[in-house]
Write a new protein. Structure first.
Length: 289
């Protein structure tokens, strides 16, 4: 395992990130804020990766104060024009819940790189702000990589994550434009409240992401690959304890880990809970990318 700290002084986050994206077969980015200037720092590398057949996914927060609608539209057009590119949007239905992650994950067949810290996908966050990000590089089968991707999957399948359509993108444009106008006047406005409500109501009608096999990394993939078709029990999976232990010899509580992974797979929609200690594997049709 390799660790590196980057703060935009000695090393720019944009430089490290762009390099990792160019070499990747799979790119996952979850950020609260995105701007066009920020996208410009990585888009050449994204296009290179897509050209080589990589999958690239963005989970973006729709905060009309900080997220640039032009950047969201650029990502939406990218997702429409390339089947290997995907845009998902977080629309909070609870004002007390703030979507605030900054995760940049890339991997090939052997090595995964994760940049996690304070940098949003903005020019300041990637190049000039004083930031604190940790870069973790390790084998794709490493337990830390498994935990990182598990965290990402929980973000991806949060109830407030939706797949945008063109109407939704246009609604976000109008909301941002009106909010900027009102803030310039330093006044409250009923139309602003209406536009916010309209955006949230639209989000309720949009599709949500479905689980795919590409979401499975590390422990989740290991356990899922050993699940039989149809229903099964915890005890049936415990019989693979030796195989799991050989993959992760530093983990001394394999059965607890198995139970944890089954719970996560259930929350993500890969398996159904039948009764205590009894599960059923979801049909594989919806799990292919």
């Amino acid at each position: 395992m390799q660790f590196q700290m980057i703060n935009n002084f000695q090393h720019k986050t944009a430089t490290v990130l762009a390099s990792a994206i160019r070499k990747a077969k799979d790119v996952r980015i979850a950020v609260a804020f995105v701007s066009r200037d920020g996208l410009s720092q990585i888009m050449p590398s994204v296009e290179t990766a897509l050209g080589m057949g990589a999958y690239v996914e963005f989970l973006v927060g729709m905060d009309s104060h900080a997220t640039d609608p032009k950047a969201v539209k650029e990502l939406y057009e990218l997702s429409c024009g390339n089947s290997h590119a995907s845009l998902l949007c977080f629309v909070s239905r609870n004002v007390s819940a703030i979507y605030h992650p900054k995760m940049y994950l890339t991997r090939d067949d052997e090595i995964a790189t994760a940049i996690i810290g304070s940098s949003n996908l903005t020019q300041g966050g990637l190049t000039s702000n004083i930031e604190a990000n940790v870069v973790i590089r390790d084998d794709v089968q490493a337990e830390i990589v498994s935990e990182i991707y598990s965290t990402y999957s929980r973000l991806k399948y949060h109830p407030d994550i939706v797949i945008p359509d063109r109407d939704f993108i246009e609604m976000f444009f109008k909301l941002c434009e009106h909010k900027n106008l009102i803030e310039c006047r330093l006044a409250k406005d009923s139309e602003l409240k209406r536009l916010k409500k309209t955006l949230v109501e639209k989000a309720k009608t949009l599709q949500r992401p479905k689980p795919t096999r590409t979401d499975l990394v590390g422990w989740l993939k290991l356990v899922y690959d050993y699940l039989p078709e149809g229903s099964f029990t915890n005890r049936e999976i415990y019989k693979y304890e030796d195989e799991f232990s050989s993959r992760y010899p530093q983990n001394l509580n394999i059965r607890a880990k198995i139970r944890q992974q089954l719970q996560i797979l259930h929350k993500l929609g890969f398996i159904e809970h039948i009764s205590r200690g009894v599960w059923k594997k979801v049909g594989s049709d919806g799990l292919q990318r």
